[in-house]
Ligand binder design. Sequence first.
Ligand SMILES: [Zn+2]
Length: 130
Amino acid sequence: MPIYQYQCLNCKNSVELFFRSVQKSQKAICPDCNSPKLKKLISKVAQIRSDQQRLDGLDINHELGKLDGKSEADFARWSRRMGNELGDELGSEFRNMADRADAGDDPIERVDPAHTLRHQVDKQRDSISE
Ligand SMILES: [Zn+2]
């Protein structure tokens, strides 16, 4: 779960906000004065580190165990949940797959979700360590 630190430009308090998922539509609001004028304090480095921790903590076999059906709808549900858990960049790949499956466009990744998940996680690890 991503945690971001902000400074409120209205009341000058520094606040930490938790997001269930990293979606652009989510707005940060100061819990003290309800002002939407928040400045993000977290550095890019800290964000990358947290992505890496999330990947390191990911148990691929455990996640695959939650994919309990083979239909497009099952795959869409699973992909969307993975997308929400994995956060920004990696998560968006899974959300895209979920959208495609929902739209009736059978994603090629559905044939072998174990390979898909490992491949996506490895790709993300590479891009972080570069
Ligand atoms: Zn405030």
